[in-house]
Design a protein around this ligand. Structure first.
Ligand code: SF4
Ligand code: SF4
Ligand code: SF4
Length: 367
């Protein structure tokens, strides 16, 4: 049987082209690693704008006698599909790159696996919008990653992207894991896990190909449920529904694309169930992030009763008069945030789970 090796440098996440970066910086090293595997035919898959890199690889490959290598350029807009092993097989056979089964083919390696050594990876730090570079071994504990990224003091959780789709919280920091993700997000206390999970799930609506019902419908249902919870319409039954749906998806989907979303949801609940649940049970967002759960309050010791906020509030949610401490009616407030913009005294504040004590009706100002 002819042996072959596929080196996939198309990242599922467009901002984390780790494979391409490694190939650019270490072309000969990667080719030597490919040659050392001894496959009869070798393929490197690149995005179609990587003409220069293709030329460089082909020039370097000529120096390695006997290396049978083909570089295939593909449409980068299918990036999630190329993260799928079975889809890659179709690509080299010249077929449409649709995923067809969920078996992982042992002959397919990521660039990272081929190098089989310590790697340079880029960590995207979603929480504080900072890029840092760390070294990863094949297996590593999340705590070690954190300390290399110098984020240990500001940690709430982390997320390993496709194909892992794994949330990790404090309790799992010392578990050794095999990192097979193109990107990692770090979260701190200001990040809402529900919001992060919702953003992740939304991305899958563009990537799910619709070939299997459990994948496509599962992605649609997950998005609807998460969206309802974030809009304050969550029901207590939503959580068991989500978890049942995701465990069924893990058994039924045809490929690892939507499998990784199901894993993302399950691992998010394993690590942060209480925080997500509070959006339903307490109608509050612990991080004070989700706009529907944020409440606005007027601080009694700062309000001078100027009436500016009352005049801009289109929902008539503010009551008060000159030299009286104004009060916001939470039932009428639509969380538009207009009042906070006009208050020069900084008397209006947003609150998450912990609310400031305020008068229940307008009373004369102390100032
Ligand atoms: S799991 Fe999603 S991407 Fe994979 S075949 Fe099914 S619908 Fe398509
Ligand atoms: S909250 Fe601010 S804007 Fe509103 S009355 Fe008080 S001081 Fe004026
Ligand atoms: S946030 Fe908007 S609706 Fe609520 S009190 Fe302020 S201006 Fe009114």
């Amino acid at each position: 049987m002819e042996s072959y090796l596929i080196c996939n440098a198309v990242s599922p996440y467009e901002k984390a082209n780790i494979g391409t970066d490694i190939l650019k910086e270490n072309t000969s090293q990667v080719l030597e690693a490919i040659a050392s595997k001894g496959a009869i035919t070798n393929y490197i898959i690149l995005e179609n704008e990587q003409h220069e890199l293709k030329n460089k690889i082909e020039a370097e490959a000529k120096k390695l006698l006997g290396l049978n290598l083909k570089v295939i350029l593909v449409d980068g807009s299918f990036r999630f599909v190329y993260g799928n092993a079975s889809a890659l097989l179709k690509v080299i056979e010249g077929e449409k790159p649709l995923p067809s089964n969920k078996e992982i083919n042992e002959n397919i390696f990521t660039v990272e696996e081929i190098l089989n050594t310590e790697l340079k990876r880029v960590v995207f730090d979603g929480a504080i919008k900072r890029k840092s570079t760390i070294l990863l071994k094949k297996t590593i504990s999340p705590r070690e990653i954190l300390s290399k990224a110098s984020l240990i003091d500001d940690f709430k959780g982390m997320y390993f992207g496709h194909p892992m789709g794994l949330f990790v919280g404090e309790k799992d920091l010392d578990k050794e894991i095999e990192v097979k993700a193109d990107y990692i997000f770090f979260f701190n206390e200001k990040d809402c896990i529900l919001d992060r999970l919702k953003n992740i799930a939304e991305r899958y609506t563009k990537e799910s190909c619709g070939r299997c019902v459990f994948g496509f419908e599962g992605v649609t249902q997950i998005n609807m449920i998460l969206s309802d919870i974030s809009l304050k319409k969550g029901k207590s039954s939503d959580i068991s529904l989500l978890l049942d749906l995701c465990s069924e998806m893990r058994n039924q989907v045809l490929c690892e694309v939507d499998l990784s979303l199901a894993t993302s949801v399950i691992s998010a609940f394993e690590c942060f169930k209480e925080e997500i649940e509070e959006h339903i049970t307490k109608k509050s967002c612990k991080a004070g992030y989700c706009s529907k759960f944020v409440t606005y309050h007027i601080l009694a010791d700062k309000c001078i009763g100027c009436t500016e906020c009352l005049e801009v509030c289109e929902d008539d949610a503010i009551s008060g008069k000159k030299k009286f401490i104004h009060v916001i009616d939470q039932d009428e407030c639509s969380q538009c945030g207009e009042c906070i913009k006009v208050c020069e005294e900084e008397a209006i504040v947003k609150a998450g789970a912990i609310k400031p004590r305020c008068p229940s009706k307008p009373i004369p100002c102390k100032k």
